[in-house]
Design a protein around this ligand. Structure first.
Ligand code: CP3
Length: 334
């Protein structure tokens, strides 16, 4: 069993490190492939290349787990909403149309995602048996934010859209839960052995809607993973002290804290659940000493507890891979 699963399932106290967005973005070997593949969706649909990119950070750093190279927006793509990734602009989705959305069906959805499952199969064969292969999804709310084009900027969503369309939101979230469970099921069948749910925009949900837009959808998907016997890690980014309610209601195997969550607070208030991550990815842009001082804060806080080393959000594109190497060595020697 991989050390990640030993920690998540058996609450074993041992070391395990991987990073959100470890594959892609900052590695020169990724940038080379990316420059030759301008269409990002097509790159995700290229099973051989996707597998190769997944394994790049494993080869370079000998990380304990691989996360499949894909994107949370492959789901709207498979639900026939056009997705484009514009240079220096992020993702751009075609306008949402409820009737078109409701016309989707399970068989066509899976058909469109087959290359992702193939990439998982190829990767599983090449990956050391002692390492986990992590599959992932975007949580329904986070996907909906992109599908509805509801994001104004990094910190705000258009509440007018949200308030005007409450009934539609609940319907779409419910449908998304089914598709996402189907996507998880197929990723497991292809060889993934851990699931991570990214609710990157949970922090933008109005307090009164947290239950129906965040806790309930995450809970249903976590229950599905538990039924399948596969460990699941949730990442409800940006919800502050609501992490406690989230944890008590959703009860995932692991919970990734973001960099605004104080590790000591997390230790006190997220009892019973394995904590993962926390370190601000911006710290990796600082000096070695500053990196080590910040890493110590997490390792000291979670000493004697099962803890998975990771970041408090994705690796930044400007990260120097040498710093990542030093960080891993420091963690393993500590
Ligand atoms: O961890 C990994 O590297 C595995 C692959 C992975 C990608 N996206 C590849 C990617 C994972 C796990 C994701 C998750 C993802 N995608 C999230 C949740 C995590 C988070 O960061 O909050 C979100 C919100 C997305 C949506 C998305 N995809 C955005 C906003 C963007 C544009 C800018 C960026 O990089 O964040 C993407 C594109 C994307 N997905 C890239 C990569 C490597 C960059 C593509 C490029 O080279 O232009």
């Amino acid at each position: 069993m991989s050390n990640l699963k030993e920690i998540l399932i058996n609450k074993k106290i041992c070391k395990s490190v991987w990073f959100m967005r470890q594959a892609g973005r900052y590695l020169p070997e990724f940038k080379k492939i990316r420059s030759q593949n301008q269409n990002f969706i097509n790159l995700c649909l290229n099973s051989e290349l996707s597998s190769e990119i997944t394994l790049q950070p494993i080869k370079r750093f000998n990380l304990d787990s691989a996360i499949i190279f894909s994107d949370i927006l492959m789901v709207p793509y498979a639900l026939n909403q056009k997705v484009e990734f514009l240079k220096n602009h992020g993702p751009k989705l075609e306008n949402f149309n409820l009737n078109n959305f409701l016309k989707n069906n399970d068989i066509d959805f899976i058909e469109k995602l087959k290359p992702v499952y193939k990439a998982i199969e190829i990767t599983r064969k090449k990956l050391d048996k002692e390492k986990s292969l992590i599959s992932f999804i975007g949580a329904p709310w986070t996907l909906l934010i992109y599908m509805f084009g509801a994001k104004l900027n990094k910190k705000e969503i258009d509440l007018k859209i949200i308030n005007k369309k409450k009934n539609e939101i609940v319907l779409v979230l419910e449908k998304l839960i089914n598709y996402l469970c189907l996507h998880i099921d197929n990723q497991i069948k292809a060889g993934a052995d851990v699931v991570q749910i990214f609710d990157s925009w949970a922090g933008l949900i109005p307090q009164e809607d947290l239950n129906s837009f965040c806790y309930v959808p995450n809970f249903k998907i976590v229950e599905f993973c538990k039924k399948k016997g596969i460990p699941v890690i949730c990442f409800p980014r940006g919800i502050g002290e609501n992490y406690e309610d989230f944890n008590n209601l959703v009860k995932p195997d692991g919970i990734n804290i973001d960099y605004n969550v104080d590790p000591k607070w997390a230790k006190q208030n997220l009892k019973g659940t394995v904590i993962q991550g926390g370190l601000d990815p911006k710290i990796l842009l600082l000096s070695d000493e500053e990196i080590y001082n910040n890493v110590r804060k997490y390792l000291d806080a979670f000493k004697g507890l099962p803890y998975v080393f990771n970041l408090g959000h994705g690796m930044l594109p400007e990260t120097n891979p040498e710093k990542v190497d030093k960080l891993i060595k420091f963690y393993r020697d500590y």
